[in-house]
Design a protein around this ligand. Structure first.
Ligand SMILES: Nc1nc2c(ncn2[C@@H]2O[C@H](COP(=O)(O)OP(=O)(O)OP(=O)(O)O)[C@@H](O)[C@H]2O)c(=O)[nH]1
Length: 377
């Protein structure tokens, strides 16, 4: 069932899965406590509700056991970390066990104590509403959590020779609640998706460069800081940065206009991205400067990546107005050498870049190691 819930763009799927898991986890805890409280209330309120105890031998309690167990397992999973199931699994476990409990109790009461059926039907309403709120993932969830248990219920009624027409009046109210609950559940899901999309759009605006779609400085510096921390903890950890600056880019703007310059920047970003691995990060550091982080890669590897980038630009001219022109880049490479801050490391890459520029451009230069007490380019 869908109420025009917006689609999640492919690039946000992972983030959305994480967001949904967090929400479902919170909801599972709330649902587990609510289920436990409701079960206990129904367990001990027969006299108050005028419902006769269906089975003195304890079958009644046995049928409630799965729902109690599911709520307790969910709470244990949350408070002790065991079992480590996903929130989706806990929610499914709770809703299926609750459906089993209420439907089998319904059959038991029908067979043994018909007088209490109106009250049991109210219990069904509460349970159906609770379960609809737990079906947070649309149609497939709904089929699994309602249709399957209801089919089993119909089959069980058949085996026990209970005519469904007699059960109808007691199931009408719960059926209505089921539909209302589904609408509420879908509306809540829609709200949660909307909230995720607007938060994500804000986050993306704050962390990415609008022209190229690359990370901006603000988002990039923490990534380098993280690598430095990792290298400080683990002496074996290597990583490098490459600072790139387009050659004679001012001429492109002057000759072909700013719009063409913008497109060249976008094309450059795309070509460089294609030279990198999935875990590498690329950032627009400034106007026509790009900064690359290569985790797990020493200077030798960074040189190779640098050569690939030089070729990716120089070997294939870029469209500029009605012509195609060669656009080259110069690169400064710095491997981590005990630098204590991102700025120190980038400073070394910047001085290497300066050398690459002064040696004729369209080439790379590697930064020297930082001498003790300072850093050299
Ligand atoms: N189109 C466009 N141009 C930009 C952008 N950001 C910076 N620039 C231009 O990049 C050019 C940088 O010029 P310079 O710093 O003189 O360097 P260069 O011409 O690339 O020469 P070298 O770096 O010495 O090879 C300037 O013309 C800026 O206007 C942008 O977002 N779009």
């Amino acid at each position: 069932m869908r109420l025009n819930i917006p689609q999640i763009p492919a690039r946000w799927q992972d983030a959305h899965a994480h967001h949904r898991d967090r929400l479902e986890r919170q909801f599972a805890i709330l649902a587990a406590w609510a289920m436990l409280a409701t079960l206990l209330a129904y367990q001990f309120s027969h006299a108050l509700r005028g419902v006769p105890v269906a089975d003195a031998s304890g079958l009644d309690l046995l049928l409630r056991a799965p729902a109690y167990a599911a709520a307790l397992v969910t709470l244990a999973g949350h408070y002790t970390g065991r079992p480590r199931w996903s929130a989706k699994a806990f929610l499914r476990l709770m809703s299926l066990s609750l459906m089993f409990t209420v439907l089998s109790l319904f059959l038991l009461y029908y067979q043994q104590a018909q007088a209490g059926l109106q009250q049991i039907s109210k219990g069904l309403m509460v349970a159906f509403f609770g379960v609809t709120l737990m079906t947070t993932r649309g149609l497939r969830d709904w089929l699994l959590q309602f249709l399957l248990p209801l089919l089993l219920f119909v089959a069980a009624a058949g085996v026990l020779a209970i005519p469904l027409t007699e059960l109808g009046p007691y199931l009408f109210g719960p059926g209505v609640v089921l539909v209302v609950g589904l609408l509420v559940s879908e509306a809540l899901r829609g709200l949660s998706v909307q909230q995720f999309l607007s938060e994500q759009a804000l986050k993306e605006m704050a962390t990415t460069d609008q022209l190229t779609g690359l990370l901006n400085r603000h988002a990039f510096l923490p990534l380098i800081r993280q690598e430095i921390h990792q290298a400080e903890r683990n002496g074996q950890h290597r990583f490098s940065v490459i600072l790139g600056d387009l050659d004679h880019f001012k001429r492109v703007n002057d000759r072909f206009g700013h719009e063409t310059g913008d497109r060249v920047l976008q094309e450059t970003a795309t070509r460089i991205r294609a030279c990198l691995r999935r875990g590498d990060a690329l950032c627009r550091w400034g106007g026509e400067e790009l900064l690359i982080l290569l985790p797990g890669t020493g200077v030798r590897g960074a040189r190779e990546v640098g050569r690939k980038i030089l070729a990716a630009l120089a070997d294939q001219p870029m469209p500029m107005k009605d012509t195609r022109q060669q656009q080259t880049i110069s690169l400064g490479i710095a491997g981590y050498r005990g630098d204590t801050s991102p700025e120190a490391l980038i400073g070394r890459a910047d001085r290497a870049l300066y050398r690459a520029k002064s040696q004729g451009r369209n080439q790379l230069a590697v930064a020297l190691a930082a001498p003790a007490g300072g850093d050299a380019g």
